[in-house]
Design a protein around this ligand. Structure first.
Ligand SMILES: Nc1ncnc2c1ncn2[C@@H]1O[C@H](COP(=O)(O)OP(=O)(O)OP(=O)(O)O)[C@@H](O)[C@H]1O
Ligand SMILES: CC(=O)N[C@H]1[C@@H]2OC[C@@H](O2)[C@@H](O)[C@@H]1O[C@H](C)C(=O)O
Length: 396
């Protein structure tokens, strides 16, 4: 047997695996690296994050990715170059994180790499019935495996598409295995560039579980902050906090077929971008609003769209566990709490998982399932195909 397969087989049989989960999200802020310790698989999975850091991207890399990110007329050569360069960059970031933690590549069993989404095109967004749901992540896993010497699983979303899904959200697979609790209706709410949540019913019935994107988390606020203030994001919601939400603009922002469509659904900055905001401002004659008022309106927009989707679960007694960068924005979270007076709010830290590490942990869980688990029995119409995901890259 080839040595790579033997090693893979041995890792699959281990009672405990150390998996380095990597997530680079739509905010393009940095690479989240979480060293996760996983025991068991399926509903018997026990997961903890032993080391975590976000390695910030350089302004140059961010600018290069932004030039192609969610753009229909992107330069194909740049896409091709960045696919390789991002893989190399992620490998280097991993090696320096391991060094900082006093660890060697041999201390890690596997890498689980999400890569960088550069375009997300479910049918609901591209609108062409002859084409399938599609999504594209760059940062090739072979570079990561060869440079680190660690077996790498990557490109998780393609299997989900192949099985009829939209390629996202994948959070449901990890949330159900690790955070479901009998007797509690839980919402696992991640407020990243795009906001999404998983509903975990109190009866833990897999057929009732679902996961969905709900609209912009931070992406519109971030894009507007970058355009108006040259800052990556509105730290602690300070700018939005100084403004007043405009009801006409808010109503126009909420007036899109995406919000009326049934759950589950996915989206991205391909829809929620500055052109979307400008169209709503033109429609309502609000182009003269102060940047602070626009930010306050965008903050309400994110809160309202998240709250409306959560209300659509029809459950009253909900425990909401937040994660993602948006949970640090007090203006946004206060608004959300005002929109959902019946719910109680927590973060995944209350469940022992650093909220900033949660998505990186998800990919470690997905890799763990591919190595040692079996597909879960989600219901046929839930948009959650019963699949194991990820492609394998060997170090030699
Ligand atoms: N202190 C803070 N105050 C306000 N906003 C913050 C703060 N810290 C982080 N954020 C927001 O969180 C964003 C990053 O969130 P996160 O890393 O969860 O997104 P992501 O993983 O890139 O997105 P996605 O989950 O959609 O792929 C920042 O761009 C910013 O908008
Ligand atoms: C295509 C893509 O990268 N989607 C991301 C994005 O960021 C948040 C939201 O949109 C979610 O659908 C997904 O990521 C998480 C990790 C998921 O698949 O669950």
């Amino acid at each position: 047997m080839n040595k790579n397969w033997k090693q893979t087989f041995d890792i699959a049989e281990k009672p405990q695996r150390k998996i380095l989960g990597l997530m680079s999200g739509t905010s393009l802020d940095g690479l989240d690296i979480a060293l996760c310790v996983l025991e068991g698989s399926g509903r018997k999975t026990r997961a903890r994050v032993s080391h975590f850091k976000t390695v910030p991207y350089t302004a140059e890399w961010r600018a290069a990715v932004k030039a192609i990110f969610s753009k229909r007329d992107a330069d194909l050569q740049q896409v091709c170059l960045l696919n390789e360069q991002t893989g190399i960059l992620h490998a280097e970031m991993i090696l320096s994180a391991l060094k900082e933690w006093g660890l060697q590549p041999e201390d890690v069993d596997l890498i689980a790499s999400h890569g960088q989404t550069i375009f997300h095109a479910p049918r609901s967004l591209h609108g062409m019935p002859a084409y399938p749901n599609a999504t594209l992540q760059i940062g090739d896993g072979d570079h990561i495996a060869m440079r680190t010497g660690i077996i790498t699983l990557s490109d998780f979303r393609q299997k989900h598409l192949a099985a009829g899904g939209e390629g996202a959200p994948l959070a449901v697979y990890g949330d159900y295995l690790v955070f479901s609790k009998a007797g509690e209706n839980r919402i696992m709410l991640n407020i990243g560039g795009i906001a999404n949540f998983t509903f975990l019913p109190a009866d833990e019935e897999a057929s009732r579980v679902f996961s969905t994107d709900v609209g912009p988390g931070n992406t519109l606020m971030d894009q507007y902050m970058q355009q108006q203030f040259g800052r990556h994001y509105d730290e602690d919601g300070k700018v939005a906090g100084k403004g007043m939400a405009n009801e006409q603009l808010l109503a126009a922002l909420l007036d899109h077929s995406f919000f009326g469509a049934g759950l589950p659904k996915t989206t991205g900055p391909e829809l929620f971008n500055l052109a979307y905001l400008e169209a709503a401002q033109l429609k309502t004659g609000t182009t003269g609003l102060s940047p602070e008022d626009v930010m306050a309106t965008l903050s309400h927009f994110s809160a309202r769209s998240i709250a409306d989707a959560i209300k659509a679960t029809g459950e009253n007694e909900l425990k909401i566990f937040m994660s993602g960068g948006g949970m640090h924005n007090n203006v946004l979270t206060s608004r959300l709490q005002a929109e959902l007076p019946g719910a109680s709010f927590f973060t995944t830290a209350d469940l022992g998982i650093d909220p900033d590490a949660k998505e990186a942990l998800l990919f470690a869980i997905l890799a763990n399932e591919t190595m040692a688990g079996e597909p879960q029995p989600f219901s046929a119409g839930s948009g959650i195909p019963p699949v194991c995901m990820g492609k394998v890259s060997f170090p030699f």
